[in-house]
Design a protein around this ligand. Structure first.
Ligand SMILES: C[C@H](N)[C@H](N)CCCCCC(=O)O
Length: 217
């Protein structure tokens, strides 16, 4: 159940990560691009973003906006951007700015009419604070997640991080697709990780964006 008002996308896809810097934004932007290229109406939202002020690379909202074809300020409004490399609510507090609640972030989310896939990207990992009173998972619930995309690294350590995240998501109503990002088919460990998670744990898993797009069809 979403706490947001106004038009709602046919499907809300929330991009979660096993941790920070696993490539959530890259996967989200490529997904938006591919769907848009196939004629699907998309929109992206980043309810809060934080970054090192010395980082000159495009912000997450800029990258997502490139994928969805929107104004970056529609993806993440100026008052939810924090130039401190901390979890967004922690960054807000460090800057002496208001720290939102999960309900406030979800309530701020507006969608254009006629969106088929609305993508919401969270910040950091699954249990990183998203607001004063909740994590990325709490935010996913509040925005009415229909499908979670859990982005993980393909390499060493991913078995543990994916299993921890899926355990944390066990009570949720939505299905979760795991993306093993930066997957190299020539890497024996990457292949072994994929096979172990899929065969032993029955994880719904993909290793590239085209396969993820196919899941959304
Ligand atoms: C600055 C960084 N790139 C992200 N935007 C924020 C990551 C927050 C992680 C918080 C944590 O789980 O410890």
């Amino acid at each position: 159940m979403s706490t947001t008002g106004g038009p709602r996308p046919d499907r809300v896809v929330v991009v979660l990560g096993t941790g920070t810097e696993v490539g959530k934004t890259w996967v989200g932007a490529r997904l938006l691009e591919a769907l848009r290229g196939a004629g699907v109406a998309v929109a992206a939202r980043k309810p809060g973003q934080s970054a090192d002020p010395d980082d000159t690379s495009p912000s997450d909202a800029d990258v997502l906006a490139g994928g969805s074809g929107e104004d970056p300020l529609a993806v993440c409004p100026a008052h939810r951007r924090y130039e401190v490399a901390m979890a967004p609510p922690m960054a807000a507090a460090a800057l002496g700015r208001p720290v939102p609640s999960v309900a406030e972030l979800a309530g701020e989310l507006t969608w254009p009419e006629g969106v088929a896939v609305g993508l919401v990207e969270t910040a950091g990992g699954l249990l990183s604070p998203a607001a004063d009173d909740g994590t990325a998972v709490d935010l996913a619930r509040a925005v009415g997640c229909d499908l979670a995309v859990l982005v993980a690294d393909a390499g060493l350590g991913t078995l543990n991080s994916v299993r921890l995240c899926l355990a944390a998501l066990a009570g949720e109503t939505w299905p979760t697709v795991v993306v093993l990002n930066r997957f190299d088919p020539d890497d024996a460990l990457h292949r072994a990780n994929r096979d172990w998670l899929a065969a032993r744990d029955g994880v719904d898993l993909v290793t590239d964006v085209p396969a993820l797009v196919a899941r959304l069809r």
